[in-house]
Unconditional design. Structure first.
Length: 238
């Protein structure tokens, strides 16, 4: 464990504080999607989707709820994967930023399987709809530990089958990589600020496991993935 980033940073990210113009939002989300693809964020989620799909009947409908969906790049990747494998995906993506929601809806125009909803994950209550899996990607590090515990509890209540959440590993190397990548690609100043800060707000393996324990979801296990990623994922015993 790093002797530098021994605790999670509580410094807020600019995207959580500032109202962004549509053009700026589009530029930032496209950059984040590229980073998410290059550094394995999408692959980390699909790893578990593919693993869990071994229990799905051929051609079955599978419903997902995605907290903090952002530009909905992960839901789109899941839909493409399910189309290829013959499954019928239905995904509800939630985000609390109106500009981000507008971008996600436009990005999902060719994905009728995806519905984008404007809501705050820290305020929303459990839904009556049935969801097989609850997801998040790069959402947990935006929340406090208490909010994460509450979200995990709510996700456990909503999900019939399981949970798949992926986020960043907090380490000096991860911070250095994202700092360099955002500069080399001449990313938007907000990305240059928030990218490295996201790593400082992220987690160690032990911290994620302790949050799952506090939430009372013992079936969730922490796994390490390429690109300084962790997943907190698991299925309920049927």
């Amino acid at each position: 464990m790093s002797l530098v980033f021994t605790e999670r940073s509580l410094e807020p990210e600019r995207m959580d504080l500032e109202s962004l113009a549509p053009a700026t939002t589009t530029r930032i989300l496209k950059a984040l999607e590229s980073i998410n693809a290059w550094l394995g964020g999408v692959r980390a989620t699909l790893f578990h989707v593919e693993r869990f799909s071994k229990k799905w009947p051929p051609g079955s409908r599978v419903r997902f709820l995605d907290w903090g969906t952002g530009g909905a790049d992960v839901p789109r990747a899941i839909v493409r994967w399910c189309r290829l494998k013959g499954f019928k995906a239905e995904i509800v993506g939630m985000d609390n930023n109106p500009a981000v929601v507008d971008y996600a809806r436009e990005a999902c125009e060719k994905y009728p399987e995806i519905q984008i909803v404007n809501t705050d994950v820290t305020l929303s209550v459990g839904r009556d709809e049935d969801f097989d899996y609850v997801l998040s990607s790069l959402t947990l590090h935006h929340l406090s530990n208490d909010q994460i515990v509450a979200l995990l509890k709510r996700s456990d209540q909503i999900a019939k089958r399981g949970i798949i959440m992926n986020d960043l590993k907090r380490s000096v190397r991860a911070w250095a990589w994202i700092w360099a990548l955002t500069r080399l690609t001449r990313a938007d100043p907000i990305v240059c600020n928030d990218g490295p800060l996201s790593v400082k707000r992220a987690f160690t393996k032990r911290e994620l496991a302790e949050l799952a324990q506090r939430a009372g979801v013992p079936y969730l296990k922490v796994e390490t993935h390429f690109g300084y990623r962790f997943t907190l994922a698991g299925e309920k015993v049927e």
